[in-house]
Design a protein around this ligand. Structure first.
Ligand code: G3H
Ligand code: 13P
Ligand code: NA
Ligand code: ZN
Length: 328
């Protein structure tokens, strides 16, 4: 059944687990996520970005999620809009039937220009007023995603600050977070701790200097009742990089957020963990391997089936690691 994200995150907080929020663009991702949730008895947060809407088209995306609810009626599903760039964008998602929206007022309507605190409070508060009147949950974001090493957001297209960010912007301030939550009444708060979107997060395995789990602890200590959200939380599995590179790909050395660090965050208030890149890597690796090993095959269902099973295995391991398994 389609349920509100707030209800789901409240349950996660009460029982001390985290829920992976996977991005969805196509049928194969949808199947992988739902089959994994079904096998592990996990609650599901499906999120769609503006890019997903552009790729699949809003009606296809909406019906893909509704189809998931129809085929798996026993699994609770929150239908979340990822990185809304204005109250208007969020309003249109609510009209489309989303049960949760993210108003990312850390960046402007272009999804690239870092904005100030007052702007962020204004657009987020307005979105909350509108969304709550419709029973829809809201995620806000305070701080900008980006590397603590380079100050860069790292994502070339999609959502990410353009230009160099300073340390102030790259680590969410606990006091400001408390004021932000009080002023906006958001249901969940995305925070900046050194992660960024995409595959190129860290040039070497992250340490406390480049990935600040410590900052999560400080924010959680200040606002223990707020559900925290980690963006840019793909782990960038080295096995999948190898599969890709062994079958014609060319992805340079790079590292993501270790699952063990996410699990540490979950002990300190993280309830929603955004993952997109890992599904993309698993999918690409599966296609490259299948086509390299089966050069005469040309039925797309053959290689797309491989992507479903690769992504499904990845989803299962995240549901289990984050403690969501068994909580549907
Ligand atoms: O916000 C980042 C997510 O990974 C979505 O990416 O805008 O390319 O769909 P996208
Ligand atoms: P990744 O690029 O690390 O998968 O992050 C996805 C995300 O934060 C979507 O909002
Ligand atoms: Na989101
Ligand atoms: Zn994000």
């Amino acid at each position: 059944a389609l349920i509100s994200m707030r209800q789901m995150l409240d349950h996660a907080a009460e029982h001390g687990y985290g829920i992976p929020a996977f991005n969805v663009n196509n049928l194969e991702q949808m199947r992988a996520i739902m089959e994994a949730a079904d096998q592990t008895d996990s609650p599901v947060i499906i999120q769609a970005s503006a890019g997903a809407r552009k790729y699949a088209g809003a009606p296809f995306l909406r019906h893909l999620i509704l189809a998931a609810v129809e085929e798996f009626p026993h699994i609770p599903v929150a239908m979340h809009q990822d990185h809304g760039t204005s109250p208007g964008v969020c309003q249109r998602s609510i009209q489309l039937g989303f049960s949760s929206v993210m108003m990312d007022g850390s960046l402007g309507e272009d999804g690239k220009t870092p904005m100030d605190y007052d702007y962020n409070v204004d657009v987020t508060r307005r979105t909350v007023e509108m969304a709550h009147a419709c029973g829809v949950s809201v995620e806000g974001e305070l701080g900008c995603l980006g590397s603590l090493e380079t100050g860069m957001a790292g994502e070339e297209d999609g959502i990410g600050a353009e230009g160099k960010l300073d340390r102030e912007q790259l680590l969410t301030d606990p006091e400001e977070a408390a004021a932000f939550v009080k002023a906006t009444h958001v249901d969940a708060l995305a925070i900046a701790i050194g992660t960024s979107h995409g595959a190129y997060k860290f040039t070497r395995p992250p340490t406390g200097e480049t990935l600040s789990i410590q900052r999560i602890k400080e924010i959680h200590a200040r606002i223990p009742d707020t559900h925290l959200v980690m963006h840019g939380s793909s782990s960038v599995p080295q096995e999948w990089l190898e599969v890709i590179n062994q079958h014609g790909g060319d992805i340079p050395e790079t590292y993501g957020v270790p699952v063990s660090e996410i699990v540490e965050g979950i002990k300190h208030g993280v309830r929603k963990v955004n993952i997109d890149t890992d599904l993309r890597l698993a999918s690409t690796g599966a296609v490259r391997r299948f086509l390299a090993e089966n050069p005469s095959e040309f039925d797309p269902r053959k290689f797309l089936k491989e992507t479903v099973s690769a992504m499904r295995d990845l989803c299962i391991s995240r549901y289990e690691a984050f403690g969501a398994a068994g909580n549907a």
